[in-house]
Design a protein around this ligand. Structure first.
Ligand code: DAH
Length: 343
């Protein structure tokens, strides 16, 4: 067998070699690519090659070397791929993930949910609406036209370059949304976030939450409103709860009132929240102004109704003894994790 045949046989052998695991890969490397590999001695055979074929021999030897290197590289790559898919196959995807702490309800949500449940029990349905409102639904329909001084009661965030769109200043905007789209009888409760351009302090914030209530039907009276609010106060604050209605003013109700709940002056939070009077202001309410009904295409000769708006933050502060409203919006886990209800 001449040397050319010998080299070609070796090339064929290398190509046909099976490399099935890391061990045979390493064996292969030592055999053909290591410092004492079996290819090296073949170079010495050049002295037995005829001068005219020396160049050809050099090329054949290069092919041999390259074949060994290619075989090694591709086998290594193949083995790595197999190892990877083996690892994937050994993963048990049905195993449960470790639990890394369950979150809890935000105290504001807890108070809102409790309130919603109280009203759902007497037939009110939840209505949710947009936070970006138009001027008409937030103000005009609610009997607060452009030049009305009551607009100053609520410092409004308008959208950039707009006199038409704003962040709703109260959930009363849901009243006009529902009244323009629903036939009475209407009995809704509308929880949500509202915005006002106010200086942020321990007592007030530029965003807060309200729950709006609206009841429209034939023959709805002020007495109905008072009974409903009385029921709410007792459910919310306990059966012995005392309330008082103070005459007030809102553009969308006539007559209007504010409801206070007796907190007493025994503890510091009650004293602070009631400014020392013992009475906590809980909501605004009143009989829906006939103008509002008219604006929303409801016949004020046939229907009457009452409405109320409850501020959530103040109640939550009183219930959980929280002294600074800003805590609700900082999302500090050390604060939030103290509330462990999941209701
Ligand atoms: N929208 C009023 C406010 O944000 C609260 C309010 C008062 C709502 C009287 C009502 C109501 O529905 O009848 O201050």
């Amino acid at each position: 067998m001449d040397v050319f045949e010998k080299v070609q046989k070796l090339i064929d052998h290398i190509v046909a070699t099976e490399i099935a695991d890391m061990e045979s890969l390493e064996k292969f490397r030592i055999e053909y690519l290591g410092s004492k590999n079996s290819i090296k001695p073949l170079f010495a055979e050049i002295k037995n090659v005829d001068n005219s074929r020396k160049k050809e021999f050099g090329q054949t030897m290069n092919t041999l070397k390259q074949t060994a290197q290619d075989k090694y590289d591709s086998s290594k790559l193949d083995l790595a791929k197999v190892a990877q898919s083996d690892e994937a196959a050994s993963l048990d995807l049905s195993l449960p993930t470790p639990i890394s702490g369950i979150g809890s309800r935000h105290p504001i949500s807890m108070v809102m949910n409790r309130l919603i449940k109280i009203f759902e029990r007497i037939g009110f349905a939840v209505a949710e609406e947009r936070e970006i409102e138009d001027d008409w639904h937030n103000f005009t329909a609610m009997n607060t036209p452009d030049d009305h001084p009551a607009r100053d009661m609520q410092d409004t965030f308008y959208l950039l370059n707009s006199t038409e769109h704003l962040l709703r200043t109260h959930t009363s905007s849901v009243q006009s949304r529902v009244m323009t789209t629903t036939e009475p009888p209407i009995r809704i409760i509308a929880p949500g976030r509202v915005y006002r351009n106010e200086t942020i302090s321990a007592r007030s914030h530029c965003q807060f939450h309200q729950v709006e209530g609206l009841y429209i039907d034939e023959n709805v009276s002020f007495a109905d409103m008072k009974q409903t609010l009385m029921y709410f106060a007792k459910e919310m604050y306990g059966p012995e709860t005392k309330i008082r209605l103070r005459p007030s003013y809102f553009p969308f109700t006539e007559p209007s009132a504010e409801m206070d709940v007796w907190m007493g002056t025994d503890n510091d939070t009650a004293k602070r929240l009631t400014k020392g009077t013992g009475w906590l202001e809980v909501l605004g309410c009143g009989m829906v102004d006939p103008n509002v009904l008219k604006n929303c295409n409801i016949d004020p000769e046939k229907y009457t109704g009452f409405a109320f708006g409850i501020g959530i933050e103040r109640s939550a502060m009183q219930m959980y003894d929280i002294s600074d409203i800003r805590m609700f919006f900082e999302n500090d886990v050390r604060f939030l994790s103290q509330f462990n209800s999941v209701i």
